[in-house]
Design a protein around this ligand. Sequence first.
Ligand code: NAD
Ligand code: DAU
Length: 349
Amino acid sequence: MKKFLITGGAGFIGSHVVRRFVNTYPDYNIVNLDKLTYAGNLANLKDLEDKPNYRFVKGDIVDQQFIDELFETEQFDAVIHLAAESHVDRSITNPIEFVLTNVVGTVNLLNSARKFWKGRYEECRFYHVSTDEVYGTLGEDGLFTEETPYDPHSPYSASKASSDHFVRAYHDTYGLNTVISNCSNNYGSYHFPEKLIPLAINNIKNSKAVPVYGKGENVRDWLWVEDHARAIDVVFHKARAGDTYNIGGHNEWKNIDLIRLLCRIMDRKLGRAEGTSEKLITFVTDRAGHDLRYAIDSTKLQRELGWSPSLQFEEGLEKTVDWYLANEEWLNNVTSGKYQEYYSQQYKL
Ligand code: NAD
Ligand code: DAU
């Protein structure tokens, strides 16, 4: 029986990773450690509550003593680390939270792993889930490969880059069995509506302005979240110690084109006349330091480990819209109270 610690499992991607591992590997025991910040939500994991190989623990990765005690009592063999402050805009207004959770929290986990796995580094694995934003921005051409030099621009991406460097340092210096993957933008169910796609779905549904930064010319490479969870599964089980894989959808969209597509889908699903939702598009002040374009070359992952994305974007987006329309209670719960405060401060719309 393998004992897993998955951090950040109550968040967007984490909940999909926990679900995949709990359901696919009944002989793995999974502990989901999450602080339940504004982004963490146990409703994302309701279907797993009664699974015998799953347990939730509330806690903060910034607390080294707590992490040490958890390693001591649970005797983990593996860590999949997703817990993070993840929203670029929030990192611009409050960078220190990103340093604490993303940098200090990651180093705390590495310290516990180093201490409690002594003598069995080869059989225990530390998997760090990271982002393509560490590579900075692309111009009109080119793709991020695993060899692209790090060049982060936002406090969020700087904190993720720093955590990646620490993970590699613990492999190179202490021989810890680490793996890193850097993924492009995810979309799908349970995505918190501070991020572009779920925010736009929620606003279109409520006939509210859809804020597009700058001229909407920035490009992102979108991947269905369940394809990311499957990639993490493959990389966890097959990668060599110390290795890195890029994960991406080969699916680049300018923000404005994506939002227009979403408007068309929503008009159809909501029975509105074509063109109704497009009128909600509102160009607002650009994000500071806004990276122009991200696009991932995931050839290494496809060639070496046989992974490729399973869904076409249009199909994935339809599924995502269907999920949000069918899960109105989830959406209403996460967009009440504090979210409204955040929204009015961020957008002043
Ligand atoms: P998210 O914000 O939805 O979830 C983060 C989770 O971490 C939440 O459940 C939160 O409660 C928890 N958390 C935050 N601080 C914590 C702390 N101090 N201790 C314990 N738990 C804490 O994030 P996400 O979008 O699911 O991203 C997950 C990971 O994947 C992050 O590391 C992110 O950098 C990375 N990533 C995200 C994307 C994307 O498109 N969303 C793409 C590539 C990589
Ligand atoms: O590339 C991976 C990264 O993708 C992850 O590491 C991050 O955790 C995740 O949040 C995401 O970062 P982005 O900044 O790319 O995602 P976001 O959804 O915030 O923005 C997507 C694009 O849309 C970006 O160009 C900014 C723009 N945008 C965003 C919001 C929230 C708007 O135009 N309007 C908005 O209201």
